[in-house]
Design a protein. Structure first.
Length: 246
């Protein structure tokens, strides 16, 4: 396991260990790139082994295929990480997510369940698996990717908003339970970001959605994540809202 780094800012990430879920594309991949560039050891987690292997090779990280929306997937991942590192990672970035649009009276229950599993159950399971060793050593940092849809209601966002509002509530409870432990948590809430999650929707063909050209890039959100995790040990950023200017 790499030796913990000392210091603040980007220098403070050298030698840190990080686990990034949803890391085969989009914001997760952008975060993995930024962390690796800052000198962290990065474990990349996603469900699909082949895209994940390509992402890990690009980043110079370690591919760990797993479905973090299931108890079995997280248990297997946590066991593997403990064997590999000998401890929990210094940083866990929860960027795995699912998204679809439908009016509530037409929404598919399977889609609703899929979003709850990826966006809410997954972060809960990761906390449950990795928080105990962080508490024992008195250090660690959970970063959860929320959404503007976790604060603002948009039509057709029933399932997605339910999961993201829920994630914000989960995060607030986590903050309350972490006080005085040395373990930190940050919720990053981006507005519309151009990632593959939009591919099935094709927002450029809908007047009620932002165009992809007007959206933020995944790298914009990744820099906010790195800002939060680069703070000195006595500083916590509870939440960051990120949106396109203009």
């Amino acid at each position: 396991m790499p030796e913990p780094a000392q210091g603040n800012g980007m220098e403070g990430l050298k030698g840190k260990t990080a686990l990034v879920t949803g890391a085969s594309s989009g914001i997760g991949l952008a975060v993995a790139r930024e962390l690796a560039a800052a000198g962290a050891w990065v474990g990349l987690v996603a469900r699909s082994p082949e895209p994940l292997a390509r992402a890990a090779a690009e980043v110079g990280g370690h591919a760990m295929p797993a479905d973090v929306g299931t108890h079995e997937g997280v248990h297997t991942l946590a066991t593997y990480v403990a064997e590999l590192l000998g401890d929990a990672p210094d940083l866990i970035v929860g960027a795995a997510g699912a998204f679809s649009l439908a009016r509530l009276d037409r929404a598919d229950p399977a889609d609703f369940d899929r979003m709850l599993a990826a966006n809410l159950r997954g972060p809960f399971l990761m906390i449950r698996a990795f928080l105990p060793p962080m508490l024992r050593r008195g250090t660690g940092h959970f970063i959860h990717l929320g959404s503007v849809a976790g604060r603002v209601a948009f039509p057709e966002n029933g399932g997605y908003s339910a999961s993201k509002f829920g994630l914000r509530g989960l995060h607030e409870v986590l903050l309350a339970e972490l006080r005085g432990t040395g373990v930190r948590a940050t919720l990053v809430e981006p507005a519309a970001t151009d990632t593959p999650l939009w591919n099935p929707v094709n927002p450029d063909e809908r007047a009620d959605l932002p165009s992809r050209a007007s959206m933020m890039r995944p790298e914009d959100v990744a820099r906010a994540v790195v800002f939060a995790v680069s703070q000195p040990p006595g500083v916590q950023i509870p939440s960051i809202a990120v949106e396109a200017a203009g």
